[in-house]
Design a protein around this ligand. Structure first.
Ligand SMILES: *Cc1c(COP(=O)(O)O)cnc(C)c1O
Length: 540
């Protein structure tokens, strides 16, 4: 009988030549100092132990080459269209980061200039987001938006507790809750679970454009709501959630009930897009109800991974007991992040971008990204095979009129289109699904992967999980030439799936067959579409 499960590690262990089969802790089969060539094999190197530390190391060059070669199996970050995270910076930024790679941000006394740059970044963001006073605003760098979201949530929880205590009411029965759309990114759900706040997920629908519906959200708000998380740039489709409408409804609620429910804006992506591409949009500290905003410097802040930000509109929204005083020789510094040590280099990279790009530079990048996203969106729709769920390529109603009546209509101005992130979310069109009901969309992801592209096929948020979307995040390195290439590959892959006699068509059908067999056995169909990716929130 053939066994159903095979342990690859065991196979390798049992298949080795006897001589090298004994367990030893040496990385090199010989004296480690005898290996000077990176490819130690010629000099008798044995395998690197996977699960324990080698008792003797190898020289740096060899270690580099071994690890470098293993890592070449990773996908290429620049073809990773699944991620919002920036994968490229100019040479000058690389140099600056390397020069500062050993600095720890917490050592404020040792690195006062790094601290000064950190403070400048907070001020720049507070100003960009229209804080009433950049002196009153307070904020900090974080590892990313996730940490920033925990801090924003914690501050709101603490303010709610203080208010309840002052009113002589219980903070335990029934305890605090927080309201957000079911499309919320996992970091928001993490806050609720880690910091023991009931997570109230507002169902999303096609009508709400797969994001928070403010009217529906009001059904979930009560006196124990510490705040509402509103997402500027939904992870699924890139739609901005309507912050202004949410704020207006909460204003009405306050007038009626006297209960003040603040908003924290999760601007992980959008807080670095909207100020440049959609400057007229009302979403930031211009709305008094917005008490804090987070963003990821490593997304459209255009820095490498490792930097996020949270800013409060004014110090009064950051309760004092969340601020730690660090006493240095003769001076006091303040810390209110979750980590103690953290690399300073990504913050310096963020500041490099502010200085290097300026407002105009950021705007140019945002415009370019949106332009390339529009190009891809339109081409996909023209194919007839795909329906595009994101809307950034659709002119706003008033601008359709303008376009038809003015010759000098600016087609490149993102303000003429529906606001959103440079994200293209698409699926097989209804007519495609009718014509080819047997073709599964997940194969597009798999076949594109074979060509090097990473384009994820997700299930939509709870309530809409029957809808699957493919999603492309258009970043700075996604040039028009690459959009062109991606589209060609998409067309080829889809054609291949359609062709009756093609191997891909056969593979797709095979998948269908095994699925049906399980269905007949009365089991849940767990295999259709991609598995739950863990990127999005689930009801908690
Ligand atoms: C990416 C993202 C996060 C998490 O941000 P990190 O910087 O990866 O920690 C949170 N919310 C939204 C909307 C995001 O897109």
């Amino acid at each position: 009988m053939l066994s159903k499960h095979v342990n690859a590690n065991k196979l390798i262990r049992e298949s080795k030549d006897k001589k090298s089969n004994h367990h030893h802790h040496n990385l090199t089969g010989r004296d480690s100092d005898s290996t000077s060539h990176p490819y130690g094999a010629r000099y008798g190197i044995t395998s690197v132990p996977k699960f324990h530390i080698p008792s003797k190391g190898v020289n740096g060059e060899t270690a580099y080459q071994l690890i470098h070669d293993e890592l070449s199996l990773d996908g290429s970050p620049s073809l990773n269209l699944a991620s919002f995270v920036q994968t490229w910076m100019p040479e000058a930024a690389n140099k600056l980061m390397m020069e500062n790679v050993s600095k720890n941000l917490i050592d404020q006394d040792e690195y006062p200039m790094t601290q000064e740059i950190h403070t400048r970044c907070v001020s720049i963001l507070a100003d960009l987001w229209h804080a009433p006073s950049t002196h009153q605003a307070i904020g900090t760098a974080t590892t990313g938006s996730s940490e920033a979201i925990q801090l924003g949530g914690l501050a709101m929880k603490r303010l709610w507790q203080e208010r309840r205590k002052a009113e002589g009411k219980s903070i335990h029965e029934p305890g605090p809750n927080i309201v957000m759309g079911a499309n919320a990114q996992v970091a928001l759900e993490k806050f609720a679970r880690y910091f023991e706040v009931e997570c109230r997920l507002v169902p999303v629908s096609v009508e709400s454009k797969y994001r928070l519906d403010p009217k529906k959200a009001m059904e979930y708000v009560d006196e124990n709501t510490i705040g509402v998380y509103v997402i500027l740039g939904s992870t699924y489709t890139g739609h901005y959630e309507p912050v202004k409408e949410m704020s207006d409804l909460l204003d009405e609620y306050e007038q009626k009930t006297g209960i003040n429910v603040p908003i924290h804006v999760d601007g992980a992506s959008g807080a670095f897009v909207a100020p440049f591409a959609h400057p007229k949009l009302h979403w930031d500290f211009k709305l008094p109800r917005v008490v804090s905003i987070n963003t990821s410097g490593h997304k459209f802040g255009l820095a490498y991974v490792g930097v996020g930000w949270v800013v409060w509109r004014s110090k009064q929204y950051l309760p004092k007991d969340l601020i730690f005083e660090l006493h240095y020789l003769g001076s006091v510094e303040y810390s209110f992040s979750l980590n103690f040590s953290r690399p300073a280099a990504p913050i310096i990279a963020q500041y490099f971008n502010f200085v290097h790009l300026g407002f105009e530079g950021y705007r140019a990048v945002a415009k370019d990204n949106l332009k390339n996203a529009r190009l891809l969106s339109r081409a996909l729709e023209k194919s007839g095979w795909y329906t595009v769920l994101s809307d950034i390529h659709r002119l706003k109603a008033e601008d359709i009129l303008q376009k038809n009546t003015h010759n000098n209509f600016d087609e490149e101005n993102p303000e003429n289109y529906e606001e959103g992130l440079p994200v293209v979310a698409f699926r097989f069109s209804d007519s495609f699904q009718e014509s080819y009901p047997e073709i599964q969309q997940k194969w597009v992801q798999i076949l594109l992967r074979a060509k090097g592209w990473i384009v994820p096929n997700y299930e939509l948020a709870p309530d809409l999980e029957q809808v699957q979307i493919l999603r492309v995040v258009v970043k700075e390195n996604m040039t028009e030439a690459l959009v062109d290439r991606l589209l060609e590959d998409l067309v080829e892959v889809t054609e291949d799936l359609i062709k009756q006699e093609s191997p891909t068509n056969a593979l797709n059908l095979l998948g269908n067959h095994s699925r049906k067999t399980r269905d007949n056995a009365g089991k849940m169909d767990e295999d259709s579409g991609s598995a739950y990716s863990g990127t999005y929130s689930k009801p908690c």
